[in-house]
Design a protein around this ligand. Structure first.
Ligand SMILES: Nc1ncnc2c1ncn2[C@@H]1O[C@H](COP(=O)(O)OP(=O)(O)OP(=O)(O)O)[C@@H](O)[C@H]1O
Ligand SMILES: [Mg+2]
Length: 495
């Protein structure tokens, strides 16, 4: 049995690594002989089989092919309908995880427990859905770890990276910037900033637009008329992008059956100007992370590169210019998260993480200047508080004979309720006939998997109520449903 296993469930590529007896992590290839498995699922129309990986990505009916499901992990409304059945993001991710588990267990033995990585800015729902996906795939999650933390563990282990480290993780779908402190084998996370929808796939889309422009100029017709043609062209654009990381210019012949072929030319300079806005945005996120950790560029000892998109030369030169030192790259930038996760499976006790957002409640606050009460977001656990943590704040009832105390739980940094998310509500019945001003204690606990619980206690009556903050909705399954789907998945043909 493989004891220490880490999985990077990526937007575009997923990887599994295990810890060898000598304490070093190693990527375990899938049954197709690949080190990383494209996070793509194909639902076959003829046989009852689900293809996962390259076979799913490279062929088949686009309406039956699911790409980048991770981007929807936090969306309870998102379901994919195939043959009349609704598939949630968790279930589709479970198919990817089941493929990794089945394939890799042939090499390293049964895989029952894993560490799975998630973007640092994944919210509660997305984390819960990731755990559910692993359970459906027949694995227990020992811990969820933030991707940059896993990568930092790997860099510390293999390259002796020590001191204040900024991890710049630009993958297929997301950008994560994390600052952490590494001292010996102790790691303390200082801050994490993330941008959803900023990654290699966005660059591919921009390149595809440029291809379409050039094609239309030559052929006076669009490059693609249906989803299948669009996918093919997108793949060609991604291939060209990768070549431009090594070459100054690429030429390709692209087209479709209806309008014929055209020759396309693209230089690295042209590509760089296409992605310029996004590169600038990524640097703004670096500045935001420094700001949030109250640090300057010169306080950072090492900048480390993670994610396939950091192979783009412009990304490296931008960071080098900004920090005045060369960023470190381990070469296998798209594998280091899975490798770090395997290391983490054994090391977790030494890592101090922080919460990734502020949590609080909506409360009426009296403003002495205006003599008015105003509904405000009152933060109980501020962002970047080391976790696990538990904090209590006292409030008072605002009306006489208040029978039900309602506490809205928020996630977000602003004091204005308009700009935060209400992620839960606790209601607590209290005894009648009491004046306003009775004390209510609200305690938030934040566990190491970055999941939040809230406890409301009415001090006078001692009545209390506790909830685990989770979203109930289409994206989240009950435990019973989870068990049912897990046994269903066990019997499924996944290849
Ligand atoms: N040589 C290269 N040049 C440019 N981009 C590359 C290169 N190699 C890989 N990529 C891009 O890297 C991305 C995949 O990176 P990675 O595997 O780190 O992402 P991921 O883990 O799936 O995504 P995320 O971390 O956002 O969930 C793809 O968009 C791919 O096109
Ligand atoms: Mg990644």
């Amino acid at each position: 049995m493989a004891e220490y296993v880490g999985i990077d469930l990526g937007t575009t590529l997923s990887g599994l690594a295990h810890l060898k007896p000598d304490g070093n992590p190693e990527i375990v290839p899938n049954a197709d002989g690949e080190r990383l498995t494209p996070s793509v699922v194909y639902f076959d129309a003829h046989e009852d089989v689900k293809l996962v990986g390259s076979a799913a990505r490279d062929g088949g009916d686009p309406e039956r092919t699911i790409f980048q499901i991770k981007r929807h992990m936090d969306d309870p409304e998102h379901v994919v309908k195939i043959d009349g059945k609704d598939w949630t993001p968790s279930e589709i991710s479970a198919l990817i995880l089941a493929k990794l588990r089945r394939d890799c267990s042939r090499i390293v033995g049964d895989i029952n427990e894993v560490v799975i990585t998630v973007p640092a800015n994944f919210n509660e729902l997305a984390r819960k859905c990731t755990i559910a996906a692993a359970e459906m795939a027949g694995m227990k999650v020992r811990r969820l770890v933030n991707e940059p933390t896993a990568a930092a563990v790997y860099y510390a282990h293999t390259q002796g990276v020590q001191g204040r480290v900024l991890v710049f993780d630009l993958g297929g779908g997301t950008l994560d910037v994390t600052i952490l402190e590494v001292a010996g084998d102790q790691i303390r996370i200082l801050t994490s900033e993330g941008a959803r929808h900023l990654g290699g796939s966005n660059f591919d889309e921009l390149l595809l637009d440029a291809y379409d422009d050039q094609y239309r100029k030559q052929v006076s017709a669009p490059l693609f008329n249906d989803e299948r043609q669009r996918r093919r062209s997108l793949q060609a654009a991604e291939d060209a992008k990768k070549m431009l990381s090594k070459l100054q210019r690429v030429s390709d012949t692209i087209g479709n059956d209806t309008s014929g072929l055209a020759r396309i030319d693209l230089s690295r300079d042209q590509f760089e100007s296409l992605i310029k806005k996004m590169i600038t945005r990524s640097l703004m996120l670096v500045e935001q992370a420094l700001d949030s950790a109250k640090l300057r560029q010169s306080d950072i000892d090492h900048v480390v590169l993670v994610g396939g998109s950091t192979r783009i030369p412009k990304v490296k030169t931008m960071l080098e210019k900004f920090f005045g030192k060369q960023p470190k790259s381990c070469g296998n930038v798209d594998e280091c998260v899975a490798l770090g996760a395997a290391l983490f499976a054994k090391k977790s006790a030494r890592i101090q993480e922080v919460c990734n957002a502020s949590y609080g409640t909506l409360a009426m606050v009296y403003n002495a200047a205006t003599k008015e009460e105003k509904l405000m977001n009152s933060i109980v656990i501020p962002k970047n508080t080391p976790i696990p943590t538990s904090r209590t704040q006292l409030y008072q009832t605002s009306e006489d004979n208040e029978r039900v105390i309602e506490v809205d739980i928020t996630q977000g940094e602003d004091t204005d309720p308009k700009y935060v998310d209400v992620i839960g509500r606790i209601t607590l019945e209290v005894p009648p006939n009491r004046p306003k001003g009775c004390e209510v204690a609200v305690t938030f606990s934040y566990d190491e998997n970055q999941r939040v619980r809230a406890l409301v206690v009415d001090k006078q009556s001692g009545r209390s109520r506790e909830v685990a903050l989770s979203y109930k909705g289409a994206g989240v399954l009950s435990d019973e449903e989870l068990r049912r789907r897990s046994s269903h998945l066990k019997a499924m043909r996944i290849e």
